[in-house]
Design a protein around this ligand. Structure first.
Ligand SMILES: [Zn+2]
Length: 137
């Protein structure tokens, strides 16, 4: 089981997340100038990296925010978690064959400490704003 550190919520079980594919796939600057092959490559062709791979993840049952993760596709080691729009951090050197302990155990919390923009949980807070009759002493 993978323990994923959401930049907004902290460490959560992987079942709370959805994989969103390769990160940093830039939309074409002039999509109308692409031929069909180039457009199809933008839509469907993705890297199949063995090793450190930047990918998008959605905390679907938590804060419902997207973020990026740098994960080793061989060892499943999460090397970094960073916000959308941030540049890809440098990959850690490949792990040794003997399976030694991780050299960067806390590297998953390197995202910038900007305030949370999640306001999805406030919709249910207005349910009981009026005090019941006779509530005062
Ligand atoms: Zn979250």
């Amino acid at each position: 089981m993978l323990l994923i550190s959401c930049p907004n919520c902290g460490s959560r079980d992987e079942t709370e997340f959805h994989y969103g594919g390769q990160a940093h796939v830039a939309y074409p600057e002039n999509p109308n100038e692409l031929n069909d092959r180039e457009w199809a490559e933008f839509l469907f062709y993705r890297d199949n990296t063995k090793g450190a791979f930047a990918e998008r993840w959605l905390h679907s049952t938590g804060c419902r925010q997207w973020f990026n993760m740098l994960r080793d596709t061989v060892t499943y080691e999460i090397q970094a978690v960073y916000p959308m729009g941030a540049p890809r951090p440098a990959a850690a050197p490949p792990a040794a064959e003997s399976g030694t302990a991780s050299t960067a155990p806390d590297s998953t919390t390197t995202g910038t400490a900007r305030p949370s923009i999640a306001a999805t949980s406030t919709s249910t807070a207005s349910r009981s704003t009026t005090a019941p009759e006779g509530a005062t002493k």
